[in-house]
Design a protein around this ligand. Structure first.
Ligand code: PEP
Ligand code: MN
Length: 367
């Protein structure tokens, strides 16, 4: 089991507690004026850490792929003129060296890069003997081990100021959100490494301004302590991710509307704990529902298949084998036989009912 040697986020000198720790700024640095105007607006809203993409990984060629090195000078101005810490995305050794040269305070690894161990290793090697914090976004695909592997590579290279950003996962199933939240994966990571500073990125998860508030609230309810939010002084003119960026004033309002539980008294601490656990249960129950739906869809297909091949619905011996396998497996997880037989028998009954419905609804379709 991987372990990480971490410097507590309270020692980074970046964020003022209490939660949430906020990183905000435009998707991309586009011009000096846009960067400075946005930074000024964010400073006025109490933000201390400014983000802006300098090199942008775009899906299609020909889109704005980032301003490159000239933008690092604008970030220096944000540092010197407004006293904000500045952060950008790195995807190669060259990016790391340029960032170090221009005094970038913190870097993050983007979702597409986390999915590539060669690049993560190259970045980790380039960061050896430096002390800047590194945040690792989840890989685009829902693979927790790949995410943890990236953290291990950085940690082995001596990066101890490490954190993560959950930005959701690509999915072939279209939902309202741009990237599927997959909160259960975030919860698992949180459980494995409770000390790892954990940010959510509601902008890339939601893909639209309208979702930023609800996703941010969900993240806080789950006990995540930070947010990375995209903000632009004029989102309509943004060269990337224009639909999901908030003007600084709206970001300030969004943050003010979040319910952040304080933990300065025993009972508040208790409430916070229970709310986080309940939020985790809600996510798990939603996952169960989704799994039930998928299971019943497969049962329906089996029903049609059996009907078309003139096979009886119930093959008792097959069900006995499934049930005893489940009970045996479940015992290893500490789940009782009574509980498992009740749950699986209920699932089986429902599958049989669905298949019966198929047989009786369309008897003449077969011939
Ligand atoms: C970004 O933060 O602008 C970005 C490209 O994000 P992601 O790596 O999450 O797609
Ligand atoms: Mn973006």
């Amino acid at each position: 089991m991987a372990t990480l040697d971490l410097t507590p986020v309270s020692e980074w000198g970046f964020f003022t507690l209490p939660r949430p720790m906020v990183i905000a700024g435009p998707c991309s640095a586009e011009s000096e004026e846009q960067v400075l105007r946005t930074a000024a607006g964010l400073k006025a809203e109490g933000i201390h850490v400014f983000r802006a993409g300098i090199w942008k990984p775009r899906t299609h060629p020909g889109c704005f792929e980032g301003i490159g090195v000239p933008g690092l000078k604008w970030l220096q101005k944000v540092k010197n003129e407004y006293g904000l810490k500045v952060a950008t995305e790195v995807a190669s050794e060259r990016h790391v060296f340029e960032c170090l040269k221009y005094g970038v305070d913190m870097v993050w690894i983007g979702a597409r890069t986390t999915a590539n161990p060669f690049l993560v290793q190259e970045i980790a090697d380039a960061l050896k003997d430096t002390d800047i914090p590194v945040l690792v976004k989840n890989p685009v695909n829902p693979d927790l081990d790949l995410w943890i592997g990236a953290l291990e590579r950085l940690n082995r290279a001596g990066v101890k100021k490490l954190g993560v950003i959950h930005r959701g996962f690509s999915s072939s199933q279209k939902t309202n959100y741009r990237n599927e939240p997959g909160w259960n994966i975030a919860i698992e990571l949180r459980t494995r490494f409770p000390e790892l500073p954990f940010f959510a990125d509601p902008s890339h998860m939601g893909g639209a301004r309208a979702y930023v508030q609800e996703i941010s609230q969900r993240a806080l309810d789950l006990g995540l302590e930070g947010l990375m939010v995209e903000s632009h002084c004029d989102p309509a003119s943004a060269l990337s991710d224009s639909k999901q960026q908030l003007v600084p004033e709206d970001l300030g309002k969004m943050l003010a509307n979040l319910t952040v539980r304080d933990n300065d008294s025993d009972s508040v601490e208790y409430r916070e704990g229970i709310d986080q656990l309940r939020a985790q249960i809600d996510v798990i129950d939603e996952t169960l529902l989704h799994m039930f739906k998928q299971r019943m869809e497969v049962s329906r297909k089996i029903g049609t298949y059996k009907r078309d091949h003139n096979i009886a619905i119930v093959q008792a011996s097959r069900w006995d084998t499934i049930l005893s396998n489940m009970v045996e497996h479940g015992r290893e997880y500490g789940l009782s036989e009574k509980f498992l037989s009740e749950v699986f028998n209920a699932i089986h009954e429902e599958s049989v009912a669905i298949q019966n419905e198929i047989l009786s609804a369309a008897p003449e379709e077969k011939k």
